[in-house]
Design a protein around this ligand. Structure first.
Ligand SMILES: [Zn+2]
Length: 109
């Protein structure tokens, strides 16, 4: 489960940034094409947070849907998965959204 490592990385970045302040809420963005399972991050967060300034903090996760644009015909469409094929048959698709994996903001006391 690589979400544990990812969650640890997130927790370390947040703890570095807040320099000891008590964190009440962490807002994350995890795109549906990022390959990271938001529910697993939620689960790991409590483990990682225990005994740190993150303990008891809420975790809010936004999950942007996948969106792609075909480089052949310019069509924009929703992506259900990381492997994209346009209705024109083109497979040269630029991913516009859905691969996000970032900390949006952190609330401290
Ligand atoms: Zn196309």
């Amino acid at each position: 489960m690589h979400e544990l490592g990812i969650t640890q990385g997130i927790a370390e970045a947040v703890l570095d940034a807040v320099a000891g302040a008590r964190v009440t809420c962490v807002h994350l963005e995890i795109g549906t094409l990022s390959g990271v399972v938001a529910d697993s991050v939620r689960f790991c967060f409590d483990l990682v947070a225990e005994g740190t300034a993150l303990e008891g903090a809420r975790l809010e996760i936004a999950e942007p849907a996948g969106r792609g644009a075909c480089r052949d015909c310019g069509n924009e469409f929703d992506l259900a998965g990381p492997i994209a094929l346009c209705r024109c048959g083109g497979g040269d698709v630029e991913i516009l959204a859905g691969r996000e994996l970032r900390i949006r903001s952190v609330e401290v006391e």
